[in-house]
Design a protein around this ligand. Structure first.
Ligand SMILES: NC(=O)c1ccc[n+]([C@@H]2O[C@H](COP(=O)([O-])OP(=O)(O)OC[C@H]3O[C@@H](n4cnc5c(N)ncnc54)[C@H](O)[C@@H]3O)[C@@H](O)[C@H]2O)c1
Length: 266
C-alpha cells in the first residue's frame, strides 16, 4: 500500500469494466485505493462496480459502491450526496465513463449521436455541477476527466460522435480549471491513446479486420510507436499523479498517455 492519496476520498464514475480484464476506470479505482484513498465506485452496472469493490476489499482497502446512469442528473446528484454523507468530503472526482459507436456523419443515427453526447460529455457537466460546490466549500479538490487522443487525431476509423464528444472534454476541463483555480480546485484531462481494454473488444471489433479480434489487436499494437498498446494501468498511473498533491500546480492540462502516437503525427 502506498500513500500518494492517503486519506483522500475519490469518486470514480465508471469504476467497473464492460468485460473481463482491466478497464481504465477499474484500474484507477483500485490504484487510488492502493495509494490510500477511500473510494466510491460508481457504475450503471452495479455488479461491475461490486467486482471492483471486491478487489479493493481483498487488498484491505476501503470502498463503497453506487449505481448511477451518469447521464441522468438525479442519479449523479444522489451518488455525490451519498459519497459526501458517507465519507464527509470529496477530494477526487474521476470521470471515466465513455462509450463509442462506430460510424461517420452519414452512418450514425441522430439517436446514437445524442446518446453518446449524453453519456460522454453531459455526464461530466453534471458531475462537475454537483461536486464543485462540495469541493469549493472544502477549499480543495482534483477533477480528472478521461478524454481520448481521438479528440485530436484520426485513427483510421470513423466514430464521429466519440471524437467530437471527447474534443468537448477539453472545453469543460479548461473552463472548470480556470474558474476554480483560485479556490484550491484543479481540473485536468487525460488523453489515452491505443489502450488494450475490454472497451476496445466490446466497441471497435466491427471496424477492423472483418471482426477478427486477434487481428484487430495486432493492428492496434502495430499502430503504436512502441509496438504495443498501453494498458489500463498506464492511464490509472497518470490519473493518480494528477489526483495527488504531486501535481499541486498542474491545472487545465491535457495529458497524453499514448506512447508518442500524437507526437509522431504532429
Ligand atoms: N481503451 C481505449 O483504447 C481508450 C482510449 C482512449 C480513451 N478511452 C477512454 O477510457 C474510458 C473508459 O475506459 P474503460 O476501459 O474503463 O471502459 P469501460 O467501457 O470498461 O467502461 C467503464 C464502465 O463505465 C460504465 N458505464 C457505461 N455507461 C455508463 C453510464 N451511463 N453511467 C455510469 N456508468 C456507465 C460501464 O458499465 C463500465 O463498467 C472512456 O472514457 C474511454 O473513452 C479508452
Amino acid at each position: 500500500m502506498g500513500e500518494r492519496v492517503k486519506d483522500k476520498v475519490a469518486i470514480v464514475i465508471g469504476a467497473g469494466s464492460v468485460g473481463p480484464g482491466w478497464g481504465n476506470g477499474k484500474a484507477a479505482a483500485v490504484l487510488y485505493a492502493r495509494e490510500g484513498a477511500k473510494v466510491m465506485a460508481v457504475d450503471v452496472n452495479i455488479s461491475a462496480a461490486e467486482e471492483t469493490k471486491a478487489i479493493i476489499d481483498s487488498e484491505g482497502g476501503e470502498c463503497i459502491v453506487g449505481q448511477a446512469d451518469v447521464s441522468r442528473a438525479e442519479d449523479v446528484e444522489s451518488i455525490i450526496k451519498r459519497t459526501q454523507e458517507h465519507f464527509g468530503c470529496i477530494d477526487i472526482l474521476h470521470n471515466n465513463v465513455g462509450i463509442l459507436s462506430v460510424g461517420g456523419a452519414v452512418e450514425l443515427t441522430e439517436e446514437a449521436w445524442d446518446h453518446e453526447f449524453s453519456v460522454n460529455i453531459k455526464s461530466m457537466f453534471l458531475s462537475c455541477k454537483y461536486v464543485l460546490p462540495v469541493m469549493e466549500s472544502q477549499g480543495r479538490g482534483s477533477i480528472i476527466n478521461i478524454s481520448s487522443t481521438a479528440a485530436v487525431r484520426w485513427y483510421g476509423v470513423s466514430y464521429i460522435a466519440y471524437s467530437a464528444s471527447k474534443a468537448a472534454v477539453g472545453g469543460i476541463t479548461r473552463t472548470v480549471a480556470l474558474q476554480y483555480a483560485d479556490k484550491g480546485i484543479r481540473c485536468n484531462s487525460v488523453l489515452p491513446g491505443l489502450i488494450n481494454t475490454p472497451l476496445v473488444r466490446n466497441s471497435l471489433t466491427s471496424a477492423y479486420a472483418d471482426g477478427d479480434v486477434d487481428e484487430m489487436m495486432r493492428i492496434r499494437d502495430g499502430q503504436s510507436p512502441t509496438g504495443k498498446m498501453g494498458t489500463a494501468w498506464d492511464v490509472a498511473h497518470a490519473s493518480l499523479f494528477l489526483a495527488s498533491d504531486d501535481a499541486a500546480y498542474i491545472n487545465g492540462v491535457e495529458l497524453l498517455v499514448d506512447g508518442g502516437f500524437t507526437a509522431r503525427s504532429a
